[in-house]
Design a protein around this ligand. Structure first.
Ligand code: SIN
Length: 305
């Protein structure tokens, strides 16, 4: 029988499929559609110290094989997330919960992480230094190795939970940033966030999204994500959660062969809310088709010929 179990450091997942932050709310919204306990883990909506209303609308632009979002980290703030959203998620999901954290200063990252560190229900902290949709903070912490390392070190200081740093692809050398995070104590890397992009409306001759630019995701970016996971896997020893354009069980396997220990599914949830459920259901059949008995065995397999 196909063994789909994987581990992220010490955290056991029944399968590698994880809805990506920002595409699955706080999880309980999707529990109305299907039993989300089929998921390997769940990364909830990016959470900040203060509540955020997000960017002006329109925030979404459709593209060939993907979409651009410019949500701007809309969320109710960490205190409300802990008091209201987390209990609702825990009431319908027994698997590992990944708390996705964004910030506008190193102190905010650390303070938000310190509060979520106290939550027993949170298994992993995913530190987003890669949001392209805010004018300061967000991605600016993830485009330079020393800044990414400073955020990593500050968060590690306030938590005993595993810390995964979520990286942006909008850099010249993602390997240098991943290595800096590892050296600063990161327990793992999440990659990749969205690619900075834009669209123009031919009738108005103006950018489609109000913020002009946004993060491009969807099946079109899978090859970019695979390439970057491949490169980072060769350079670091910590586990990688791979993401970017994953929409099928075959993509999960491809991502793991490049080096991902688990895989997040993002834009696909916005196209089909049942996407993760379908990927989980398809995994054993696809594993059998390609002669895979145990998913743990294939991590980084494409590197070894
Ligand atoms: C957003 O809320 O703007 C998306 C978050 C992200 O891309 O990191």
């Amino acid at each position: 029988m196909a063994d789909t179990r994987v581990t992220l450091g010490g955290v056991e997942l029944k399968n590698p499929v994880i809805p990506a932050s920002g595409t699955f709310g706080y999880g309980y919204e999707f529990a109305r559609l299907y039993d989300i306990n089929c998921l390997g883990a769940l990364s909830f909506k990016g959470t900040t110290w203060e509540p955020r209303f997000g960017n002006p609308t329109p925030r979404i632009a459709e593209c060939t094989a993907g979409l651009i979002n410019s949500v701007g980290l809309q969320n109710p703030g960490v205190e409300k997330v802990i008091a209201e959203e987390l209990p609702k998620l825990q009431a319908c999901f027994g698997g590992p919960i990944i708390a996705n954290i964004s910030g506008f200063s190193i102190e905010q990252y650390a303070d938000t992480a310190a509060l979520l560190d106290k939550e027993e229900g949170v298994a992993i902290l995913e530190i987003n230094v890669s949001c392209p949709n805010v004018s300061h903070g967000g991605m600016s912490f993830g485009t330079q190795p020393d800044m990414a390392a400073r955020v990593t070190a500050a968060v590690k200081e306030v938590t005993k939970k595993p810390v995964y740093i979520k990286l942006t692809p909008n850099v010249a050398d993602i390997v240098a940033i991943a290595k800096a995070c590892e050296e600063a104590g990161a327990d793992g890397i999440s990659m990749i966030n969205t690619l900075l992009g834009m669209r123009v409306d031919l009738r108005t001759r103006r950018p489609v999204v109000a913020n002009k630019m946004g993060g491009f995701s969807g099946p079109a970016i899978l090859p970019v994500a695979l390439r970057m996971v491949w490169q980072v896997y060769e350079a670091v020893r910590i586990p990688i959660i791979g993401m970017g354009g994953v929409s099928r069980a075959e993509d999960v396997i491809e991502m793991m062969l490049c080096g991902a220990a688990a895989v997040q599914v993002g834009a696909a949830n916005l196209v089909d809310p049942f996407a993760c459920q379908k990927i989980v259901a398809d995994l054993p059949t696809v594993m059998e088709k390609y002669g895979i008995e145990n998913l743990k065995d294939i991590i980084g397999g494409a590197h070894h010929g």
